[in-house]
Design a protein around this ligand. Structure first.
Ligand code: ZN
Length: 390
């Protein structure tokens, strides 16, 4: 089967996605179609200075749509970033949100859109039991999401990960209506991403699909989406890293990223349980941390997932399809795109492990891991990933 060459489309699953290079030109019209006449453009501080933002703002001005700009969002956004955004939104009399960026910008923007019409504080809406029913859905602002990296997939997610400064934990804020109304997925926005970021976020996309694929929950649709997403990462991530201007590779990675986040409603696992505490405590890059721990977790889960990993090896057309074939493919992919093998590369030290393991045990992603995890075996995984013991 040959690959299609016209990489463009209008898709309504899981939400309306306008996909294709150059489609950022449809942003103003998309906002108007949702009733926005004065949206707040929300992105992170690092991105706000780059041409990808200034060019997009110029485009909106050209098309006669005035908007405010809020960019006081740090990597691994915190509750204060959301509060600040809400007050800017109210002061400016805005009527919708353009969520623009990688995971941090998109997650913070979605949380701000949720919070502009609520009376309770943000962390009352953490993804626990039925806490989402505390949200007044009438108070939520409409969102157009524009991803600028290919990894998080937050543009098609119904949740945001926000760090609670009071206890330094990452909390998942969830409501079914946090799914952006429209996504403009323009791979042209990602061509200037440096190779290191492309590699790290691409591995995050892979982990979403791989963990969803391995999770024990029943969700055949997610299972199928995960499988194809992994194939796209295998075929296109190395090119996207080596040749950032390659629009075909950038397009396929952007799709793989949205697919990964669609698939992970089936569940995540210990790759995410181990990475979230590193991000919360040491401010490590999410995708990079995930990429480092990936093979250790896969091997840890071997006895529970061997059959389906062999099926994955066949789908990926690996020679001698087996569990080891997939593990070796991941190891060589990591090497090829410059991912380090041990956690000391992101600043994790032996003395952090006890605290990290305790935090990891309480991470909501644990529930999707195919083998039950606890502070003890998670601590061992941290130690292995620090020493390079695979
Ligand atoms: Zn992730």
């Amino acid at each position: 089967m040959s690959e299609p060459t016209n990489l463009r489309g209008n898709w309504n699953y899981p939400t309306s996605i306008r996909f294709g290079a150059g489609r950022i030109s449809e942003l103003a019209e998309t906002c108007r179609s949702l009733g926005m006449s004065n949206p707040l453009f929300i992105t992170d501080a690092g991105l706000a200075k780059l041409p990808v933002v200034t060019d997009t703002l110029a485009l909106l001005a050209r098309d006669g749509l005035p908007c405010g700009l809020f960019s006081e969002i740090q990597a691994n956004p915190v509750g204060k970033n959301v509060e600040d955004g809400v007050s800017i939104y109210k002061k400016g009399g805005h009527d919708g949100v353009i969520a623009f960026g990688g995971g941090s910008g998109l997650d913070a923007a979605k949380a701000i859109a949720l919070m502009v019409g609520q009376t309770r504080p943000l962390f009352d809406f953490e993804d626990r039991e039925d806490w989402f029913t505390r949200v007044d859905p009438e108070g939520m602002a409409p969102v157009v999401a524009v991803p600028t990296t290919s990894g998080t997939g937050s543009e098609v997610g119904r949740a945001s990960v926000i760090t609670d400064e009071s206890d330094h934990t990452k909390k998942i804020i969830f409501h079914p209506k946090m799914m952006p109304a429209v996504v403009i997925a323009d791979p042209g926005l990602t061509v200037d991403l440096p190779p290191k970021i492309t590699a790290a976020v691409g591995m995050d996309a892979l982990s979403h699909s791989l963990e969803a694929y391995c999770s024990p929950f029943y969700h055949p649709m997610a299972q199928g989406i995960a499988l194809e997403s992994i194939r796209l990462v295998k075929n296109y991530l190395p090119t996207a890293v080596q040749d950032g201007k390659n629009i075909e590779a950038r397009s396929q990675m952007m799709v793989a990223s949205s697919m990964g986040a669609t698939a992970f409603q089936k569940g995540l696992g210990a790759m995410h349980s181990l990475s979230h505490p590193c991000g919360a405590l040491l401010n490590t890059h999410h995708g990079l941390t995930i990429a480092i721990v990936m093979p250790y977790v896969l091997k840890f889960n071997r006895s529970a997932v061997e059959d389906r990993i062999v099926a994955l090896a066949r789908y990926l057309n690996l020679p001698n399809p087996s569990f080891d074939a997939v593990l070796n493919w991941i190891l060589s992919l990591r090497e090829q795109i410059g991912i380090p093998h041990t956690l000391d590369a992101v600043g994790v030290k032996e003395e952090h492990i006890a605290e990290l393991a305790k935090m990891a045990e309480n991470d909501p992603s644990c529930g999707g891991n195919p083998i039950a995890v606890n502070a003890e075996n998670l601590g061992k995984l941290y130690k292995d990933a620090l020493a390079g013991r695979l």
